[in-house]
Ligand binder design. Structure first.
Ligand code: SF4
Length: 342
């Protein structure tokens, strides 16, 4: 079991204290004996403890900023949802290939936003535009929000908010097992709770600081028993020696653990490993000992969003992944829906 996240250091932006949630959180962190510093804005955070970039990076990953979300324009979030809903950014995990490595750049600390009512009001506007079509909101585009939610309960509020909503649906994904406080949330079946899973090799070598597969699966069983629609994202699918056996073991384990009612409404999303050139540079800097294979010549180049190209697997390898993992899904979870492979 991985211990629930506790920040080493907390920063608070003054405007956050204008919100009840901001005041509550600061009181909680004071009670926990955590050092709290004021900052006019998270952009002003410069003097994190640590003697070099390597140490500062690690301190930043365990620093929490309590702030206010100013931009209430949501990004789109294809293919899993219509919009990304911003409750937090950053993550305490240390997955070598994490896309946040490049998107968060030199500011990898975790930020939690306390103006949730304003964020919900913005979501309401997006829902109105599409009604009566449902609108799906993805809450984990810029963080692993479950990893911090045992402290903030923002996600819990969001689950209950969407539980009452007519057209909105919530979804998110996590690599953490700390779900107990979410079990009694009134979700009304409107939140799809997904776990990101991988085979033991990938979790062991590339996902330090996150929960082990068996603990994620135990948490998934609790979530299924609490009646949430459940899903799994297998990501990133990574080719290594023995990958076919590794992934089959993972599906077998899942099949054995899940209650039969959960497998009737189950979704899978499959995402192959990819990297960009800037990501490769950051990974080599932050995790210099990583075994992660980042050899451009072995991969296929693909144009990505915002004109940034990425390296994906070759076509035949992609076909092999799709057939192999798709085959396991058919074999072990014949009622499940494979939403996409990308
Ligand atoms: Fe990134 Fe997810 Fe790992 Fe956090 S748990 S470091 S968000 S991949």
């Amino acid at each position: 079991m991985v211990k629930p996240f506790v920040p080493q250091l907390v920063y608070v932006e003054p405007r956050a204290l204008e919100y009840a949630k901001g005041r509550e959180l600061i009181k909680k962190f004071e009670g926990m004996g955590i050092e709290i510093r004021r900052t006019t804005s998270h952009n002003q955070i410069r003097n994190l403890p640590g003697e070099n970039d390597f140490q500062k990076y690690r301190v930043a990953k365990s620093t929490l900023v309590v702030g206010v979300r100013k931009t209430l324009k949501f990004d789109t979030s294809k293919p899993s949802a219509e919009y990304a809903i911003p409750f937090a950014t950053g993550c305490m995990g240390h997955c070598h290939y994490c896309y946040l490595q490049t998107t968060m750049g030199s500011k990898p600390y975790i930020r939690t936003y306390v103006n949730t009512d304003e964020i919900f009001a913005a979501a309401e506007e997006y829902m109105k535009e599409r009604a009566p079509e449902p609108t799906r909101f993805e809450a984990s585009c810029t963080s692993d929000i479950v990893g911090v939610d045992h402290l903030t309960h923002t996600l819990k509020d969001a689950i209950e908010y969407f539980g009452k909503s007519e057209y909105g649906k919530l979804r998110f994904v996590t690599k953490f097992e700390h779900v107990d406080h979410l079990l009694d949330a009134k979700h009304n079946g409107r939140t799809r709770f997904r776990f990101s899973i991988n085979d033991d090799y990938v979790i062991k070598y590339f996902e330090p600081g996150t929960s082990k597969l068996k603990d994620r699966i135990k948490a998934a069983v609790k979530i299924a028993e609490a009646g949430y629609p459940l899903g799994f994202i297998v990501a990133p699918i990574y080719l290594h020696e023995g990958w076919k056996d590794g992934y089959e073991e993972m599906f077998k384990h899942l099949k054995k653990a899940l209650p039969s009612h959960a497998v009737r409404d189950l979704t899978f999303e499959l995402i192959q490993h990819r990297f960009t050139k800037p990501a490769k540079r950051v990974i080599e800097k932050n995790y210099p000992m990583s075994k992660l294979e980042l050899e451009e010549s072995k991969r296929k180049w693909k144009w990505g969003r915002y004109g940034i190209g990425k390296y994906v697997y070759q076509n035949e390898e992609q076909e092999d992944m799709k057939d192999t993992l798709g085959g396991y899904i058919d074999k072990y979870f014949p009622y499940a829906r494979l939403e996409y492979f990308t």
